[in-house]
Ligand binder design. Structure first.
Ligand code: PEP
Ligand code: MG
Length: 320
């Protein structure tokens, strides 16, 4: 079974009717790039940089970060490497200082909110990311955006980091793409703000489900209520994919849903053409794609999206 899947490594992910699908990998540390190359992924769709910052007393300086980002950029040899700015807080706390203990850490000073509150730390990371962009196809991804002004402040910080590097005659990719995570319902419900300011979108279903259903993703006692197929969740995902298509912005899904092959046909039918997941899941998802007819799935999913009844939705997804 494993070896059969392995034969798909160099097969391009395309549906029966010829739709090309990008299959990217989620990584946490530079060493993970080896596995990404091993499965011949189309790139890194999500580098969770917070793992460079966690479980240590001192934060990594610009040089250490630069080396980590450059290592991945180089390892991927020109394939896109989407590096997410620090997504610290809530389920991923910093040991060294970091946000104070909050009553609701998932609703607190996390991710981009934390970065914007710590401009020096943010600038250091952005400089390291930009410097790495000279060594491969780096893209910057911003987590937990909800407000237009957060995007604007982030873009201003990137502009500042670029100006500094230019003045120092340090090389970087002037056209590095900047994208945003759609993982707060407010973001999926105000996509105009995002498509206007950003170059790509990545749907973080882990948090999108958490915030849409008000289910703490780390709380076992409510895990049974954490439902990716809740009609509200499906609508937010679908709206995001459609807004991207309408405005010519690439949209990817990088939450756990993207790597669960039981949802591959559903996401394809919604129009998704880029998935990012743990490298170990890529070949199984690819097998589903190779068997799928995107036209047929689109028609079935359009019908499915009109359903509100969970039993009907589950049954329709099973039958796709
Ligand atoms: C997500 O929220 O779906 C996501 C990909 O990011 P993380 O799991 O790191 O919060
Ligand atoms: Mg998230």
């Amino acid at each position: 079974e494993r070896s059969k899947l392995k034969r798909l490594r160099s097969t391009r992910a395309a549906t029966l009717d010829g739709e090309i699908v990008g299959l990217h990998a989620n990584i946490e540390l530079p060493a993970d790039a080896a596995q990404v190359r091993d499965v011949e992924a189309d790139g890194v769709g999500l580098f969770r940089t917070e793992f460079l910052f966690m479980n240590r007393d001192q934060l990594p300086d610009e040089e250490e970060q630069f080396e980590a980002y450059r290592a991945v950029a180089k390892a991927m040899g020109g394939k896109p490497v989407t590096i997410r700015t620090l997504d610290i807080g809530a389920d991923k706390p910093l040991q060294s200082g970091g946000p104070r203990t909050e009553t609701n850490p998932a609703l607190g000073l996390r991710a981009i909110r934390y970065s914007l509150a710590e401009p020096q730390m943010f600038l250091t990371q952005l400089r390291a990311l930009l410097r790495a962009s000279h060594y491969g196809k780096v893209q910057i991804l911003v987590p937990m955006l909800a407000h237009a002004h957060e995007i604007d402040a982030t873009l201003t910080a990137i502009t500042l980091a670029k100006a500094q590097l230019r003045a120092e005659k340090v090389k970087f990719d002037e056209n590095v793409a900047v994208g945003g995570m759609i993982e707060i319902p407010a973001a999926a419900l105000s996509l105009g703000v995002f498509v206007k300011r950003l170059q790509f979108l990545s749907i973080g279903t882990n948090d999108l489900i958490q915030y849409t259903l008000a289910i703490d993703r780390t709380d076992e006692s409510v895990a049974h209520l954490y439902d990716p197929l809740h009609p509200a969740v499906l609508r937010l995902i679908s709206m995001t994919i459609q807004a991207g298509a309408k405005h010519g912005l690439p949209v990817s899904v990088c939450g756990e849903m993207a790597g669960d092959s039981s949802y591959t046909r559903l996401l394809l039918g919604m129009g998704l053409r880029s998935f990012s997941m743990h490298p170990a899941q890529i070949l199984e998802v690819k097998r589903e794609i190779l068997r799928a007819d995107s036209q047929e799935l689109a028609a079935k999913v359009t019908k499915l999206m009109r359903q509100d009844e969970p039993d009907r939705i589950n049954e329709a997804v099973d039958k796709l």
